[in-house]
Each structure stands twice: as C-alpha cells, then as structure tokens.
Design a protein around this ligand. Structure first.
Ligand code: ZN
Ligand code: ZN
Length: 265
C-alpha cells in the first residue's frame, strides 16, 4: 500500500478521530509509513477552529512515533493554510518546529473558504475558479514555507456544479504558471484522493493537471487521502497509482526532516 502523506486527527478542528485510530487503520492497511498533517490556518475567520495547538502536538506525535515504531514509521507534518499577508508567521512556524513534511494549501481566498457557498456569491462558477487559481499562483510565487502544494484544484469540490463543467483548458494559463513555479522552486505537487470520496470521480488536482506537471518536468509528487476519519485512509490509492503511472510517473515522494525520498509507484 502506498504511503499516505495527508492525514488528519482530532488535533484538526474538523476531525474527531484520535491519532491512534488513524495509525491503527494505516497499519491494518499495510502502510509502512504515514505522515500526519493536521490543519493550521492562521488569521482566518471560521466557525471551525483551524489553529493547531503546536506545543501539545509535537509531544503527542513523538509519543506515538515511539509507541508504534515497530509497526509503522510516523512522520510529523502539518497542513499550513497559505496566505500572503502572513508570510512572516508561516516562515516562523515552519522553521520553529522540526516538521518532517509541510503541505501548503489554499483554503481561504479573499477571507472566504470555498467550502461555504458565500465564496461563490456574486461570481459565475468560472470566475470563482479563476479567482482561486489566481490567488494560488500569487501564493506559490511568494511563499516558500511548504514542501508540497495540497489539492491544487480544491475549489472544484465545492462549486455549484462541482467539476461537471470544469476543464483544465479553461484555466491552463494560470495552472501552467503554478506548475512551473513549483518545479522551479523544487516544491512537490500533491495528488489528493479526497476528490474520489467527495464524488468528483477524479483526484485533486485532476489527471490532466497531474499529466501536465509531469510533461513540464515535474518529478516531486506526493500522495495523500486527506482522511479525517479512518475509513478514508488510503482511499482509492490503487486507482491513483494507475492513473499516475499513465501520466508517466514511476516514483512518488515521501519526506523525512523536510527532505524528499523517492519510492516506487
Ligand atoms: Zn486541505
Ligand atoms: Zn487536509
């Protein structure tokens, strides 16, 4: 089973699953290694608390690493919410703690989370998606605090018609720029299988973008389920493996102490 490098526990405001439950499920699935990546979105207004209790998180994760070391290798990660105006704080968090791996994700755009319908109000779906990619591009250009860009087309999970009318070609100008910046900066692209269980029938980002990244020379590819509960750990990983191979990837990437390591797909 491929290693799942995007997992949440009850350290995330939107998960009720104790870390040990996630770990036990990963062991059951035969994963040799996982990375726990709980949410930390700073300076956002939301009904859910997305700030991570970092002083408590590290000792808890270290304890689990030791407890399960015979059965599975646990990397300590984080999913940082990217925003340009907090670049200093993001750098501080990423350098202050000894993370193995950092996902950079765009969850809030113009102070709104596309998870809620307000983000789409007053915009056509295309305008909303375009805005999401524009902001993502400016963030990957400006910020360096992460290892892999999480769920690049996350916004299509929540659009009024989801991905029914969504085509990479409509946003190719912006998406290609995002991919080129990642490659040039040595950042990875994440294949997030959450898209499958959100009913998109595609990962985030979609196959066309994953293939385009490879075509442009992208080699650093991470894989994660974005599971907030144990039933979604490793979700559709075999399907992801096949589609990534079709895109031309032979390896995927895991991280330890913020350094990439390559594993066979
Ligand atoms: Zn996310
Ligand atoms: Zn996540």
């Amino acid at each position: 089973m491929l290693c799942d490098f995007h997992l949440h526990t009850d350290f995330s405001g939107d998960s009720q699953t104790p870390a040990a439950v996630q770990i036990e499920k990963a062991i059951l699935l035969g994963m040799p290694r996982i990375c726990i990546t709980d949410h930390h979105d700073m300076d956002v207004v939301s009904s859910c608390d997305f700030s991570l209790n970092l002083p408590a998180y590290f000792p808890a994760m270290k304890q689990l690493q030791t407890q399960y070391r015979e059965k599975i290798q646990i990397e300590i990660g984080i999913e940082l919410g990217l925003q340009n105006h907090i670049s200093g704080k993001l750098m501080e968090v990423s350098s202050q703690y000894p993370f193995d791996y950092i996902i950079g994700s765009c969850h809030f755009i113009d102070s709104l989370d596309p998870y809620y319908p307000e983000f789409f109000q007053g915009k056509t779906e295309k305008q909303a998606y375009r805005r999401f990619f524009e902001v993502t591009l400016s963030r990957v250009q400006n910020l360096n605090c992460f290892d892999s860009l999480g769920h690049l087309d996350y916004v299509v999970r929540y659009g009024p018609s989801k991905n029914r009318d969504y085509h990479y070609s409509d946003y190719q100008d912006l998406i290609d720029c995002i991919l080129k910046v990642l490659i040039q900066k040595g950042k990875a692209l994440e294949c997030n299988t959450g898209g499958f269980h959100y009913g998109l029938d595609h990962p985030n980002p979609c196959e066309e973008i994953l293939c385009r990244y490879r075509e442009l020379g992208g080699e650093l590819l991470t894989i994660g389920s974005d599971a907030h509960s144990p039933e979604y750990i490793g979700f559709d990983f075999e399907r992801a493996r096949e589609l990534l191979k079709c895109c031309g990837f032979s390896y995927y990437t895991v991280y330890h102490q913020r350094k990439p390591e390559f594993l066979t797909l």
